[in-house]
Write a protein that binds this ligand. Structure first.
Ligand SMILES: C[S@@+](CC[C@H](N)C(=O)[O-])C[C@H]1O[C@@H](n2cnc3c(N)ncnc32)[C@H](O)[C@@H]1O
Length: 485
């Protein structure tokens, strides 16, 4: 018989609370890894954080649970001196019909630490009112989006993971001893990181810089050596290793797909390596970023006397070099993307293939549209309203919901001018005989308030007349893995 306590995930999870925050996760954009690169099966971050944490926590009600860990929970999740009792289980579980008190035990407290509904949500539920997604969970919940960088809550989670892990290794150690060990390692890591990131021009090797770097790396490896290893062999978009790293674990991701591999490098490895504070002397900064960089630093309030301090070097670099590349692209090909009257540039062209109606008495040239929406966003439904006069098909742009049926169904064309159907076989024949015809219908500009939709105008079509015929194409080999292809 196993003498090891079951993990929390095997006995209980605050599913309703995790679901509420995970629904919210889908609509968060700013600062979310989903905006770095799309990955179709990426798990919500609240679920990932909850399952990693709950997989590392022994069930405190299991008789085999180490006593040091039970003591840790009593200390860390019990009534706090100045915060009240944020992890007290519900007086009345908010999602059950009956009046239902949740027993005050450590398993339930641990669940409430992962996620607990807020007093506002509980009150609203009783009154039959809805609560905005961001107010559903209590401010002390580990998985709440707003707590992703909360130093107190993350420290608590890391400390509990440390104690759970070490209590299983150092079986005789008390909570007090393990807590002291954690505090010492955690403090050393914070101190050594601060000392290293405080150095001016730390990118330039010097004995002082080498020493500070070594001490920071040692403090990090000493802390990580005492934390569990979390390995996700099918890590996809990196949600699980990201959350394991956030919880202070030694985190590893793997995937057979090279795109997933690059996403994981960009969202897990690079921010940890390069996304740190950086102090440059003015001369070093100017040498690296030139006058435009200095102007940007000034505009963003990053210039302090004779030095520049970047809160996050990676994010500054990404923005700086992206703007530089954009300016170079604008100088080279900007003239092929004419701005509208307000100086706004197009960001997308909406083209449709066209085919001729096979009815000999009609012969209208019809755009092959399955539907007419340009945007289906809630609150911004935009569609093309056809205006048909005899065989001429024009459009206007309308807002709202579109009730029109598309002209293409099961790859057959239904002519909006005469109603005749041109079957797929005939369409293919036309493509072979006359080539594929296309029509530019609409243009999406980058407006001040987001995307602006308009019909294509003469200036958009005129671009084709002055596009260079002998466009240079890159012919040099590209490096993929260790090979040039
Ligand atoms: C459901 S997705 C994982 C999603 C991930 N948890 C996330 O949050 O993004 C499954 C992943 O397994 C990867 N995969 C499938 N077969 C694999 C194999 N034999 N070795 C490594 N990865 C594999 C796929 O490429 C895919 O990214």
């Amino acid at each position: 018989m196993s003498t090891e306590a079951k993990k929390l995930i095997e006995v209980a999870l605050p599913i309703k609370e995790i679901s509420a925050e995970s629904v919210r996760d889908k609509s968060i954009r700013h600062g979310h890894i989903s905006t770095l690169h799309l990955w179709w099966a990426r798990r919500p971050l609240p679920v990932s954080r909850a399952i990693v944490f709950a997989s590392l926590m022994p069930d405190p009600l299991d008789p085999a649970c180490p006593s040091a860990f039970v003591d840790a929970l009593e200390d860390q999740l019990g009534r706090a001196k100045n915060l009240g009792d944020p992890y007290a289980p519900y007086e009345d579980i908010p999602y059950t019909a009956a009046i239902d008190k949740m027993p005050d035990n450590l398993r339930n407290r641990l669940m409430m630490f992962i996620a607990k509904f807020s007093p506002q949500f509980i009150k609203n539920e009783k009154e039959g009112k809805s609560t905005a997604a961001k107010y559903k969970l209590s401010d002390y919940s580990l998985i709440k989006w707003d707590n992703k960088n909360n130093p107190d809550i993350l420290k608590k989670a890391r400390c509990l993971i440390f104690i759970a892990h070490q209590a299983a290794i150092q079986k005789e150690a008390s909570y007090k001893e393990l807590l002291e060990e954690f505090e010492e390692l955690y403090q050393a890591l914070n101190d050594k990181e601060r000392a290293y990131y405080d150095l001016l021009d730390r990118h330039l090797p010097s004995p002082k810089q080498q020493q500070a770097l070594k001490e920071q790396e040692t403090a990090l490896s000493q802390f990580l050596a005492k934390m569990p290893k979390v390995f996700d062999p099918f890590a996809g978009g990196g949600a699980i290793p990201l959350e394991a790293a956030r919880l202070g674990c030694q985190s590893y991701g793997n995937d057979i797909n090279p795109v997933a591999h690059i996403i994981q490098k960009a969202s897990l490895e690079f921010p940890q390596k390069y996304g740190k504070r950086m102090r440059y002397s003015l001369s070093e900064f100017e040498q690296r970023y030139g006058e435009s960089g200095l102007a940007k630093a000034k505009a963003e309030g990053l210039l302090f006397g004779e030095e520049v301090e970047l809160p996050n070097r990676l994010s500054f670099d990404v923005r700086f070099f992206a703007e530089k590349m954009l300016a170079q692209a604008e100088a080279k090909i900007g003239q092929y993307y004419p701005a509208n009257e307000e100086g706004q540039k197009p960001i997308a062209y909406y083209w449709a293939r066209t085919a001729r109606c096979s009815n000999p008495s009609c012969g209208a040239e019809v755009p092959l549209l399955r539907q007419f929406y340009l945007s289906r966003k809630k609150g911004k439904m935009i569609y093309l309203q056809p205006i048909i006069q005899d065989k001429d098909i024009q459009f206007e742009i309308k807002e709202g919901s579109c009730q029109l049926e598309g002209w293409m169904e099961r790859a057959n064309l239904s002519c909006p001018c005469c109603g005749a159907v041109t079957p797929n076989k005939q369409l293919k024949l036309q493509f072979k005989e006359r080539g594929i015809k296309e029509r530019l219908i609409a243009v999406i500009d980058q407006g001040a308030q987001g995307k602006a939709y308009r019909l294509a105008e003469k200036r958009d079509l005129d671009v084709w007349s002055y596009l260079p015929k002998d466009i240079e194409r890159p012919l040099e080999s590209m490096e993929i893995g260790n090979e040039l292809v």
